[in-house]
Design a protein around this ligand. Structure first.
Ligand code: ZN
Ligand code: CA
Length: 374
């Protein structure tokens, strides 16, 4: 049985263990112990530590099937939580779990982790037939998908998987998410006294203004967005500013459209610098690629059937954000992202319904059964 009380207790215990990005070590130990207790082989992906800068590697658990001939399947979630996320004191009120108001709750993504653990526990207790199952708990998702980016993929056998890291009620299936480019630029102008000889200066602020003014930004089209999110520069009103720093991003569900948008932003910067006599230093690149799993894919059909078996309504949607799922798809693990019911994440009002924790666990268990039957 998916045990409502047990899942709540485990979830409350988990969120009390602080696991900020790059400081997931204590939580990784907690999870390693829980996985080992359930009979999984636990592997810590030590090699990734140097690259992610975390105090632990990603945590991998491998569970041998009790029936043979079923391809392995992966369930993944991330261990890290955003700030403010220390000393979380969860409160349960009328079937909903909140933080005490001064931190996030950490349901992003501990709602996914607890659902995976509860499903495994349930399957083990009931002796339900299952194939090989792999679980992966990553580090550093919130600071650039670092765990998924630097994971040693040779440690995993699964070629298909489900990530549990998405808002939306259980039954929500994200089959599509955008690629993202990051742009970081420095405009080098020329300093001069603003009152005595301004004609000798090149104002990096004016150059930046012209470049940005020429850019198509925010909502570009249905599939594409772009933003300049940070601008820094200037020291005093009597100095023609010689240095402005810009940071921006672009996202699109289409890799081609993204390339065009990023090129456009680059062109605007280059042209403004050329026209006004400034130098441009630019660093731009792909953060992660887009993915799109068609609705008739086995991965989605299986999730839909499982959701139905668990009494949930399915909704296949695309997302505007990146997740570990983007990397898994690049690295050869076909994956979709599933809603856990996490709500108002990255705020101190974050909450999750107990019912959604239970339903997500039911869904994971049903997917495992669905896989075993087909
Ligand atoms: Zn998350
Ligand atoms: Ca998040």
């Amino acid at each position: 049985m998916i045990d409502r009380e047990r899942i709540v207790e485990e979830f409350l215990g988990m969120v009390k263990v602080t696991s900020l990005s790059r400081k997931e070590g204590e939580f990784a130990s907690y999870l390693s112990k829980r996985l080992a207790e359930m009979g999984l082989e636990v592997i810590i992906d030590e090699k990734s530590r140097k690259l992610t800068g975390s105090d632990t590697g990603n945590v991998i658990g491998k569970w041998r099937g009790n029936i043979a001939g079923i391809p392995p399947i992966l369930f993944a979630a991330h261990m890290d939580t955003v700030v403010p996320g220390e000393d979380i004191r969860p409160v349960v009120r009328d079937g909903v779990i909140y933080s005490s108001g001064d931190t996030v709750l950490g349901g992003d993504d501990k709602s996914g982790i607890v659902a995976i653990l509860e499903a495994l526990q349930h399957i083990k207790e009931e002796g339900i037939p299952h194939g090989d199952i792999e679980v992966l708990f990553t580090v550093g998702e919130e600071i650039g998908l670092l765990g998924a980016r630097y994971l040693d993929y040779t440690l995993l056998d699964a070629k298909t998987g489900y990530v549990l890291d998405c808002n939306g009620a259980p039954g929500t299936i994200v089959n599509r998410a955008p690629a993202q480019d990051k742009i970081s630029a420095v405009i080098h102008g020329k300093a001069a006294h603003a009152g005595m000889n301004p004609e000798e200066g090149v104002s990096a602020i004016q150059v930046a203004a012209r470049a940005i003014n020429n850019m198509k930004l925010l909502r570009i089209d249905e599939e594409t967005t772009a933003n300049i999110g940070v601008i820094n520069g200037g020291a005093a009103t009597n100095i023609v500013c010689d240095r402005v720093e810009l940071k921006g991003e672009a996202r699109s569900l289409s890799d081609e459209k993204l390339a065009l948008q990023t090129q456009h932003m680059h062109d605007c910067l280059r042209k403004a610098c050329e026209d006004m006599g400034a130098d441009l230093e630019i660093d731009l690149g792909r953060e992660y690629s887009a993915y799109h799993i068609p609705e008739n894919d086995m991965l989605i059909r299986m999730a839909k059937k499982a959701a139905e078996a668990a009494g949930l309504i399915t909704r296949v949607v695309s997302s505007g954000g990146g997740s570990d799922t983007n990397y898994f798809n690049v690295k050869g693990i076909k994956a979709v992202n599933l809603g856990t019911g996490m709500n108002k994440v990255h705020t101190t009002e974050e909450e999750i319904k107990v019912e959604d924790l239970v339903n997500t666990a039911k869904l994971v268990a049903a997917i495992i059964s669905e896989r075993a039957e087909n």
